[in-house]
Design a protein around this ligand. Structure first.
Ligand code: PL3
Ligand code: FE2
Ligand code: FE2
Length: 241
């Protein structure tokens, strides 16, 4: 009896259209979307301001970093349109709190001139998080949001790539700081994912799939930076211990 009752609740939580996609008009979808959409809008807004800060830390690349930052503003506008299209009001106070710890760590690093930490937070962790979320979302999004997200995810690789190249070129002098910053910030990404995984599930986004996609983007970029397998394993373990 118990099993039947809980199955019923789950079906009610995730209404599905005949095509296997979620019912984008259901109250449960719109409720979950109000938080996920806000998180993405806030994430793009933070990314914009982080790239402007990075332009101050690396003045020799300031034009490129400002150009990357402007892309984030466009992404933000695109995701605002996705919310409007579904008649959903994004829950911005939720999203501000959601990002606050990572935001404070970025600012603290910026104020101390820790370029490595800033690049790890924005270009490696946040961009890998965005890439994984967007890949999974594209498979289950409404047609309007799917088109927008497909365009956005291509740009996110350019952002990841910027950080990757800088860290690769400076690896000898920044490895220690990179490891330390990773230990402090990767666990935040893990708890942020935990915090939205229930809402993501309602959007038909599977948590394990999200983690898998994240690990692919994150580990690939560490490999590209020039870390060896043992160092990458040690860094990835910071998410679980
Ligand atoms: C940097 O360009 C953008 C930063 C955005 C970070 C967003 C992370 C989103 C995690 C929420 C999981 C579900 C996502 C759904 C996608 C619309
Ligand atoms: Fe973006
Ligand atoms: Fe980005």
């Amino acid at each position: 009896m118990q099993a039947l009752a809980s199955t019923k609740i789950e079906l009610e939580q995730v209404p599905t259209s005949p095509d296997g996609l979620p019912d984008f008009t259901s109250d449960s979808y719109k409720d979950a979307y109000s938080r996920i959409n806000a998180v993405v809008i806030e994430g793009e807004q933070e990314a914009y301001s982080n790239f402007l800060d990075l332009a101050k830390l690396i003045p020799e690349h300031s034009d490129e970093l400002i150009r990357l930052g402007k892309m984030e503003k466009k992404h933000m506008n695109g995701f605002c349109a996705c919310g409007r299209n579904l008649a959903v009001k994004p829950d911005m106070p939720f999203a501000k709190t959601f990002f606050s710890k990572l935001h404070n760590n970025f600012l603290e690093a910026f104020n101390s001139g820790n370029t490595t930490t800033c690049l790890l937070i924005q270009c490696i962790l946040i961009e890998s998080f965005a890439i994984s979320a967007y890949h999974v979302y594209i498979r289950v999004a409404d047609p309007f949001a799917k088109r927008i997200t497909e365009g956005v995810v291509q740009d996110e690789y350019l952002h990841l790539n910027y950080g990757q190249e800088w860290l690769k070129a400076n690896l000898d002098s920044c490895k220690k700081e990179l490891m330390k910053a990773n230990k402090e910030n990767l666990p935040l990404i893990k708890s942020m994912l935990d915090e939205v995984s229930k809402d993501a599930e309602i959007l038909h986004m599977d948590k394990e799939e999200l983690m898998e996609e994240f690990m692919i983007a994150y580990q690939d970029s560490l490999l590209e930076i020039g870390l060896d397998n043992r160092e990458i394993a040690r860094m990835a373990l910071a998410a679980v211990i």
